[in-house]
Design a protein around this ligand. Structure first.
Ligand code: PMP
Length: 330
C-alpha cells in the first residue's frame, strides 16, 4: 500500500489510499463519509480490482506472462484491468454492451485493449457468454469473470475495508454502497464486520433492478440510466450474499440525477450516478440513525463514490433529466 508521499515507480503503486470526505448534506450528529475512488490512477474503484486480480491470477498460474485476459465489463473494470495489464505483461480484450459510455471504451483502447461490443438489449448476460466463447478460441487466455470471481470481493476485503477502518479508527455504524458485481460491498462489509459485528449493511441499486427481491420486496424489472450498479438477472450476481446485507435500497434515476447535480454545485463533488444513488441512500440511513429509527454501534455512516462524472459527460449528466435519461425513463 502506498502513502502517496514518496515518488513512485508505476501507476499501479498509486492505486488505493483514497480520501474519505464528509458529505456536507449529512446530519451533524451522524456524519456520512464518502470514499472518493476517482482518486485512483484510472479514476475509478475498479483500479483496485485490476491490480489485485491480475497479480493474483499470475501468481496462481491462471494465466502466464504474455497471455490474454478476456473480460465482460461495463467499462471501469476494463480500464482498471487494462492499466494493470500494461504493467504486468498481459494483453486484454473486453466485451462491452454497446450502451455503456464511449469515454470508457476510448480509455480502454488507449490503454492497449481490444474492445468487442455486444448488443445492448442482450445485456451483461450475453457479454459474459461471448467472453467465454472468445477465451475458447485464444491460446493462454483466461476470463477473470468479476461477477463470480472471489478475488473481486477479496480486493476490497484487503484494501477498501482496511483503509476505511483505519481512517475512522473502526468507528463505523453503517456501510452503504451500490452493487454491480457486489464485490465492493461484499468485500468491504466482510472486513468491517470482523471489527464491528453489528455493522448495518445497505446495498444500493437503481429502481428497475432486482436485488431487492432477495429480501422479499416485490419489485419489477425496468430500464434505468444509473450506470454501473443494478442487475436484470439475479443469477449473474454470484458474489452477492444476501446474508451479509441488512437492507436493499432502491433509488430512482430522477433522484440520482438531482443528487448528482447537487453534489457538484453544493459540495464540489464531481461524481457520477452510482455515487449519487449511494449518497441519497447513505443520507437516508444517517437520518434514520439520528431519528432513533435505526440502532447502530457507532453513529457514523460510510459510503463509496466509485467514479467521476467526467467519464459520462457525453451522456448529458449535467443537462436536464430528459437529456440524461431520455424521455421515456422516470
Ligand atoms: N459504480 C460504477 C460506476 C461502477 O462501474 C461499478 C462497477 N460495476 C459499481 C458502481 C459497482 O461496483 P461493484 O461491481 O463492486 O458492485
Amino acid at each position: 500500500m502506498t502513502t502517496h508521499t514518496e515518488p513512485l515507480d508505476s501507476v499501479l503503486e498509486a492505486v488505493g489510499e483514497t480520501p474519505l470526505v464528509r458529505l456536507q448534506a449529512s446530519p451533524d450528529e451522524v456524519p456520512v463519509f464518502a470514499k472518493l475512488e476517482s482518486f485512483n490512477p484510472g479514476a475509478s474503484i475498479k483500479d483496485r480490482l485490476g491490480e489485485y486480480m491480475l497479480r493474483r491470477m499470475l501468481e496462481r498460474g491462471d494465466v502466464d506472462p504474455g497471455g490474454t485476459v478476456i473480460e465482460p465489463t461495463a467499462g471501469n473494470t476494463g480500464i482498471g484491468m487494462a492499466m494493470a495489464a500494461t504493467q504486468l505483461d498481459l494483453a486484454v480484450t473486453f466485451v462491452v454492451p454497446e450502451k455503456f459510455s464511449v469515454e470508457k471504451q476510448v480509455l480502454m483502447r488507449a490503454l492497449g485493449a481490444e474492445v468487442v461490443n455486444t448488443p445492448t438489449e442482450e445485456g451483461m448476460k450475453r457479454a459474459i457468454e461471448h467472453a467465454g466463447e472468445l477465451a475458447g478460441e485464444t491460446d493462454n487466455a483466461t476470463v477473470p469473470q468479476q461477477f463470480s470471481n472471489r478475488l473481486n470481493a477479496e480486493a476490497h476485503e484487503q484494501t477498501t475495508g482496511p483503509e476505511i477502518r483505519e481512517a475512522l479508527d473502526g468507528a463505523v455504524g453503517a456501510l452503504v454502497a451500490g452493487c454491480g458485481t457486489a464485490g465492493t460491498l461484499m468485500g468491504t462489509a466482510r472486513h468491517l464486520r470482523e471489527h464491528v459485528p453489528a455493522l448495518h449493511v445497505v446495498a444500493v441499486e437503481p429502481e428497475g433492478s432486482l436485488l431487492a427481491r432477495t429480501e422479499g420486496q416485490s419489485v419489477e424489472q425496468s430500464e434505468y440510466t444509473i450506470e454501473g450498479i443494478g442487475t436484470t438477472n439475479l443469477a449473474t450476481n454470484k458474489l452477492y450474499d444476501p446474508e451479509l446485507v441488512d437492507e436493499v435500497r432502491q433509488v430512482s434515476d430522477r433522484t440520482a440525477h438531482a443528487e448528482m447535480q447537487r453534489l457538484a454545485s453544493e459540495e464540489g463533488q464531481l461524481v457520477a450516478s452510482s455515487a449519487a444513488a449511494a449518497s441519497v441512500a447513505a443520507q437516508d440511513v444517517a437520518e434514520r440513525i439520528r431519528d432513533g429509527e435505526l440502532d447502530v454501534a457507532h453513529e457514523r455512516v460510510v459510503t463509496i463514490f466509485p467514479d467521476s462524472s467526467e467519464r459520462y459527460l457525453s451522456k448529458g449528466v449535467y443537462g436536464t433529466f430528459e437529456e440524461w435519461a431520455g424521455e421515456d425513463d422516470g
